[in-house]
Design a protein around this ligand. Structure first.
Ligand code: GDG
Length: 736
């Protein structure tokens, strides 16, 4: 979690980029008519008062081949800070209906078999993402913040990062992010993930989606994460959950509006006295409409006393019904409702009131308000705002929400009656439970849910996201500033040259040689040996290799050079050709610790044990990540008590768990070296947590360098492992 303390950010422009602009454009006569669409997103983003200069980039929702018309639309919208990206019918067909809605959408909703793949879908998806990028490049300046919305634009973050420097980029995924087993199905899985990695912050509705994404980044791109941070190139990409909310006041107060009240009365009168279960969704297979109808049919069949008492009011908003899959779904819904109504309807009661059309906002609010229950049964849903809107719009009236556990909203609305929509019995039972629930209980549960959603509003969602994005940007900037470039190299060179006595401490694995799967193969090459020889030949220099390796290994490769060596994380050091002990506590002679570690090795393929004089190490570089994480926790738990008893410390390193004697670390050795003489240039280079002990032990003016990644703990970083090149340029004042 990044530091969210108030930031001194210079507020620049905020650019929202989404597939659609928040408006409808039409041309009934000679002139264009623009109608603003006031969805939740528009409200949330509109509330971001910290950013007065807000722009929106997106498709205007109208096709035109006429340049004059396009120019006109652009001119009309620019004063509203809306910037159109014009797309052809074919582009919308292939990028939106095609790749977005026939590949990504079914996959993210676990409808693997519904995928339809055509090469031109993917080609157009890339082309349209590029068009969005081109429009954005014309408008966005360094320092601006960009917030990209949803799965139609997954390639855009990386495209923008490449084109414009110094911007902060956020991406929010409104739909579920599936488990790796599903995501791996996508032929372009790596490209999509790399596209997203261009962002500084990637947001999801729930922690589950976030977890799936981090796992996909590891399995597809091999990217390691540290909790919610993924290291990518020389940046940190943050991943977090931001559950989207609604405009709470608007929905809570809706019934105070005269028009809504009028409609509510009218509807109540027309529906008669029976109880109403309400559902509102777009026509989509993910929404569980068929499951709901089956559940309701079973409820009526098994509980005849409720026939004539309870109706299902179903609002299905038309969507994509020119696509076969959707047309089939519609036919199935029509048939099921037809047969259900045919079977049970009476002259004054219908089991299902079915509306295949959208309702004006006031009517929708009236329906929410009079409905006794909301029956929300998606088989997968990113969040589901309808559930939240219903709870708010009921105001203080008792109502009840029946909610699928497959909706993101279920993570927050725990007081709802939670069901698995695939279990038709559960839908029937939930209806019975809701019908029989005492009024007081309903009121209590609805109130608790109202409290939750009144806090987590859409405005808070937008504010939380942008605040975190700004904070991450400033953290990434700080980290970027640490990367050794021309300016900092010059500075380091200057103090190197000026110095009369220098202490240079170098870690070995991951600093002088790359980390490889088999540590025996990590041996120094000729170039490294020559560089070290050259460095040590300067009589002003004391050069030390301070490593976790044992004395034998270091002697084998470095005894021919005029270097000081320190082995086993500072437990032993070699000076003037002789090994000395730095150990304060001896490692116990019995086998208790090695037995525990050996057991872990036996059940973890790819891992191994290393027994050194002062420590025993469990290496897991070659293991499956998930299994290694599990075993790591188990091992630390198992080691805790014996280590406390034997006065040993457990240390987590880079893909290792090391048990060692207390009071010895690389920092102790660095301190010993610094106390042994006076230096006017002290430098330490290292790549992992054990090296940070050295960094901490050093005075503030020392040159501490993190190699291979970026770090909070070192003054500088060399994100690529090019220590040899760096050391050479240090000595020769050359370039990096
Ligand atoms: C995607 C994700 C995620 C519906 N019918 C009418 C109407 N609506 C409004 C509702 C609500 C919105 O549409 C639907 O929002 P959902 O969240 O339920 O679903 P998606 O549109 O699929 O949205 C979803 C969401 O993004 C946000 O991140 O929650 O999981 O799929 O606001 O009120 N509005 C009016 N008449 C209707 O007939 N006026």
């Amino acid at each position: 979690m990044p530091d969210l303390s108030p930031l001194k950010i210079k507020i620049m422009g905020l650019f929202i980029i989404s597939n659609r602009l928040p408006l409808k454009v039409s041309k009934p006569g000679n002139d264009f008519v623009y109608e603003r669409s006031e969805g939740g997103l528009t409200t949330g983003l509109g509330s971001l008062d910290d950013y007065p200069d807000k722009h929106w980039i997106g498709w205007p929702g109208i096709f035109s081949d006429d340049d004059h018309d396009k120019k006109q639309i652009r001119t009309d919208l620019v004063s509203e800070k809306l910037h159109p990206v014009f797309l052809s019918e074919e582009q919308i067909q292939n990028y939106y209906e095609g790749y977005s809605n026939s590949m990504i959408w079914p996959l993210c909703h676990y409808f693997y078999t519904y995928i339809q793949y055509e090469t031109k879908f993917w080609e157009t998806y890339q082309e349209v993402n590029r068009l969005f990028c081109e429009e954005a490049v014309k408008l966005i300046k360094p320092g601006d913040m960009v917030w990209i919305q949803d799965y139609q634009l997954m390639l855009l973050p990386a495209m923008l990062r490449e084109k414009i420097e110094g911007i902060s980029i956020g991406y929010f995924h409104h739909i579920p992010f599936p488990s790796y087993e599903l995501f791996r199905v996508l032929p372009e899985r790596a490209e999509l993930l790399k596209g997203l990695m261009g962002a500084d912050l990637i947001g999801f509705h729930t922690h589950d989606y976030m977890r799936h994404f981090i796992s996909a980044a590891y399995r597809v791109l091999g990217l390691d994460s540290d909790l919610d941070e993924i290291h990518f190139d020389d940046r940190v990409v943050h991943v977090d959950a931001f559950p989207m909310g609604i405009n709470y006041d608007l929905h809570y107060n809706a019934i105070l509006d005269e028009m809504v009240q009028k409609k509510a009365k009218e509807f109540r009168k027309n529906f008669g006295n029976h109880k109403l279960a309400l559902s509102v969704d777009r026509l989509d297979y993910s929404k569980g409409i068929i499951h709901r109808l089956k559940g309701f049919a079973q409820f009526l069949e098994n509980n005849p006393e409720y026939r004539g008492e309870v109706s299902l009011v179903m609002v299905v908003v038309p969507s994509r019904d020119n696509v076969d899959r959707y047309a089939d779904l519609k036919t199935k819904i029509d048939e099921m409702i037809g047969s259900l109504n045919g079977l049970y309807s009476t002259l004054d009661w219908s089991p299902v009131y079915y509306f295949y059309r959208g309702f004006p906002f006031e009517e929708l609010m009236a329906l929410y308000h009079i409905a006794n229950f909301a029956l929300v049964t998606p088989v997968r849903d990113g969040m589901n705002l309808v559930a939240k809107e219903y709870v708010a719009a009921k105001r203080d009236e008792p109502g009840m929400l029946i909610l699928s556990e497959m909706a993101g909203a279920a993570a927050e609305l725990r007081e709802a009656i939670i069901i698995n929509p695939n279990n038709i019995d559960e839908i029937e039972e939930a209806l019975l439970e809701a019908l029989k629930m005492p009024e007081e209980e309903k009121k209590k549960r609805m109130e608790k849910m109202r409290k939750t959603i009144s806090k987590q509003t859409v405005n808070k969602w937008a504010h939380d996201f942008t605040t975190e994005l700004a904070s991450i940007k400033s953290k990434n900037d700080q980290l970027q500033n640490k990367i050794i470039g021309t300016v900092s190299l010059k500075e380091i060179n200057k103090s190197y040259k000026k110095a009369t006595k220098r202490l240079i401490i170098l870690d070995y694995d991951g600093t002088l040689v790359p980390i490889v799967k088999n540590p025996e193969l990590a041996i120094p090459d000729k170039q490294l040996i020559e560089t070290l020889r050259f460095l040590a030949a300067d009589e002003k220099n004391i050069v030390v290799i301070n490593s976790g390796r044992d004395a034998e290994f270091l002697d084998k490769w470095f005894s021919g050079l005029d270097l000081n060596l320190a082995a086993e994380h500072g437990a032993f050091y070699k000076e003037k050709g002789k090994w000395q002990e730095n150990i304060r506590t001896k490692f116990p002679a019995d086998d208790e610790i090695s037995d525990i570690i050996q057991k872990t090795v036996d059940k973890t393929p790819g891992s191994r044990i290393e027994i050194k004089k002062t420590s025993i190490v469990w290496h897991y570089r070659n293991c499956d990540k998930w299994l290694a994480e599990l075993r790591q926790q188990q091992l630390v738990n198992a080691l805790m008590t014996p280590c406390a008893r034997l006065n040993l410390q457990i240390m987590r390193g880079n893909k290792v768990i090391e048990v060692k004697t207390t009071g010895v670390d690389k920092g102790i050795e660095a301190t010993r070296l610094m106390n042994a003489d006076k230096y006017d240039f002290i430098m330490a280079m290292g790549d992992d947590i054990t090296d940070e002990d050295m960094f901490h032990a050093m005075p503030a003016e020392a040159i501490t360098i993190k190699v291979g990644s970026i770090s909070d703990h070192a003054r500088f970083s060399l994100p690529q492992l090019d220590t040899v090149k760096f050391l050479n340029s240090l000595m020769t004042e050359g370039k990096l």
